[in-house]
Structure formats: structure tokens, C-alpha cells
Design a protein around this ligand. Structure first.
Ligand code: F6P
Length: 333
């Protein structure tokens, strides 16, 4: 079977008028940075990449060495290309406008440089998540100042989103709004090759992913849903469920994309807003999941319709197989 590379795929999308040259080059650059991060993750202890720094990020979480390195790789790769007006990272307090000595472009890039980083030191999959927005324009047609406000657009305004999961293989998943597609890194040619075209999430599932250690703090609709899953064949759902929780959103979502399932990080008595970040995790993943035929909600509202209030805002997330997400949303009504 003849397989195409990510570059060939993107050129095809450009010829079809789905993306312009700038967006194509931007995605190529992000993918190149992901390859570099993949190489560093892969080296593990050999490159002194494990362990923590002494710094905390804006969320108060201790930064791992590879969090910082991945952030630097993405910044350096994307600063000078001329496609971006500004970048924002989960690991940086404020957005970074493109320095004035480089050309500025029309896009805004957000990323979580190394998602699931508590798993780095124990050799479990981690990943990079990204989201691309257009920089809003002023009435006179020029681009507005690319400050925090420019980024606060609902997820449905994303023009592209994707993630790389650094697992037994490195896979790069991408949407530009016409389906979700997966590319595996061929380590001999150092190219991403289209291996998962037009991913479709099965509408039904018997597999859920949630951190059950938070059970005592969940709200009633989530408690009810998980209790019913656990009751299995004898319970109201009339079927046995299986449970998986990698604790790396990239790996859990890739599983959902691969064979269906429901992934949940609900709000609870401790994480009152939820735990995952709207702009860096929930929005890009929801865009991809919807493009693969699944759904994503915070329980009450479609995630892509939420109006962001802040760059580092947290949100409750329920995403995956459409019919199962509907059950959970129904319990919230
Ligand atoms: O937001 C980072 C993250 O590591 C996600 O990738 C993952 O789904 C979640 O946090 C894991 O949370 P917990 O540590 O509660 O299992």
C-alpha cells in the first residue's frame, strides 16, 4: 500500500483550498519540533532528561526538565517562520508576541509542550498538544495586538489542532477541520507517514477512563454514571464495562480515537472548575474528537462553544464515543 507523508498530505490540503501556505508551513514546523521532542523523550535517562527543575509553572506545578526543554524546542522552532503573531504555552505565564525583528503572520499558536509529564520518569507515554487560531483583525483590517485577549476565542474558531503522542511509536494526530488523521513517525526516514487516515470513533463503547481516586469528590451525575458502569450486566446499563486510565491525556485520547471509549476529567469538590486546561488541552482535543465523529462536553455545554475567560482557565471534560457522552450529558440535565 502506498503511504503518503505529512508533507504530501498538507500540500494536498493546500491544493484543495483547505489551508493556505502559511498554515501548511506552520503545521510542518510544529511537526518538526515534535520529532525533536520525541527524540529527547526517547533518550530518557541517557540524555539527563529525567527529573524536575526547581521552578513552578503558573498552575503551581513543578516543571520537569523535559517540560522546559520541550517548551524551548517549540518556541525556537516557531518564532522566526513568519506565520505567527504570538505564541502561548501552558508553561508560560503570558503569551509571547513574535519579536519585532522577525516577520509577523496571521496565526496564534497555543501548546502544552509536554502533556502527562508526571509519566516521564516512569517510561509511560507523554505528548505535545497544540491549537491554532487566527489573530483577530481590527476594523481597519490590520491585525490586533496579539495579547491575551486576542487568544480568548471559543474552540470552534480553531483552524487547526493536533497532538503528538510519544509512546512505543510516535504518532502525530492532526485536524484542519476536514476529519482527523494520524501519522506515525518512521524513525528510518525521520518522516511522519499517514497511517490512520480519517479516524472514526465508534459511537458506542464499553470502556471508560477516569481517575477513580477522586470518586468521593465527584458531583452526583458523574457518580451515578460510573456506578452504573461498574454495576455491569446486572446494572441499569445491561453491559460490562472495562476501565483504562493512563494519566496522560494524549495517550487516553489516542486510545479513544483508536477504538472508542469515554474519557472524563470532571469538576469535583477539589478541582471546582475541572483539572484540564481549556485552551491547551480541552479545546484542541475536542476539535479532533468531533472531527472523528465523537462529542465533547463539560457536562452541560459543548466544549467548543465555551467562551474562554483566561488563557490558563481549567474546565471539566467528558469526551469520546458520541452515545456514551450523551448519557453523561443527559445525567447533568
Ligand atoms: O493535565 C495534565 C494531565 O497529566 C493529563 O494529561 C492527564 O489526563 C491528567 O493530568 C492526569 O491527572 P491525574 O494526575 O489526576 O491522574
Amino acid at each position: 500500500m502506498r503511504r503518503i507523508t505529512l508533507s504530501q498530505f498538507l500540500v494536498g490540503r493546500q491544493h484543495d483550498g483547505k489551508i493556505n501556505t502559511d498554515l501548511r508551513l506552520l503545521i510542518e514546523t510544529i511537526a518538526r519540533a515534535c520529532k525533536a521532542i520525541s527524540t529527547r523523550v526517547n533518550k530518557g535517562a541517557l540524555a539527563d532528561g529525567l527529573g524536575s527543575t526547581e521552578n513552578k509553572n503558573i498552575q503551581g506545578e513543578v516543571q520537569k526538565k523535559l517540560d522546559v526543554l520541550s517548551n524551548e524546542i517549540l518556541l525556537e522552532a516557531n518564532e522566526w517562520g513568519g506565520n505567527l503573531a504570538a505564541l502561548a504555552s501552558e508553561e508560560m505565564d503570558d503569551p509571547k508576541p513574535i519579536p519585532t525583528h522577525y516577520p509577523r503572520g496571521e496565526y496564534l499558536l497555543l501548546f502544552d509542550p509536554l502533556d502527562g509529564s508526571s509519566n516521564i520518569d516512569v517510561n509511560i507515554s507523554v505528548g505535545t498538544i497544540f491549537s491554532v487560531l487566527r489573530c483577530p483583525k481590527l476594523d481597519n483590517g490590520s491585525f490586533c495586538e496579539p495579547n491575551e485577549k486576542a487568544f480568548l476565542q471559543p474552540g470552534r474558531s480553531q483552524v487547526a489542532a493536533g497532538f503528538a503522542v510519544y509512546g512505543p511509536t510516535t504518532v502525530f494526530v492532526l485536524t484542519v477541520g476536514d476529519g482527523a488523521h494520524g501519522f506515525t513517525l518512521d524513525r528510518e526516514t525521520y518522516t511522519f507517514v499517514l497511517t490512520h487516515p480519517d479516524i472514526r470513533i465508534p459511537e458506542d463503547t464499553q470502556e471508560f477512563a477516569i481517575n477513580v481516586s477522586n470518586q468521593r469528590r465527584w458531583e452526583a451525575p458523574v457518580k451515578r454514571y460510573i456506578d452504573e458502569c461498574l454495576a455491569g450486566k446486572e446494572g441499569p446499563r445491561g453491559k460490562d464495562f472495562n476501565m483504562r486510565w493512563v494519566a496522560s491525556m494524549v495517550a487516553d485520547v489516542f486510545r479513544v480515537l483508536s477504538r472508542g471509549g469515554i474519557f472524563m476529567y470532571p469538576r469535583d469538590a477539589k478541582n471546582k472548575e475541572g483539572r484540564l486546561r481549556l485552551m491547551y488541552e480541552a479545546n484542541p482535543m475536542s476539535f479532533i474528537v468531533e472531527q472523528a465523529g465523537g462529542s465533547a462536553t463539560d457536562g452541560k455545554t459543548r466544549i467548543l462553544d465555551l467562551q474562554p475567560r483566561g488563557l490558563h482557565q481549567r474546565v471539566a471534560v467528558v469526551l469520546g464515543s458520541r452515545n456514551e457522552v450523551e448519557v453523561v450529558a443527559g445525567y447533568h440535565k
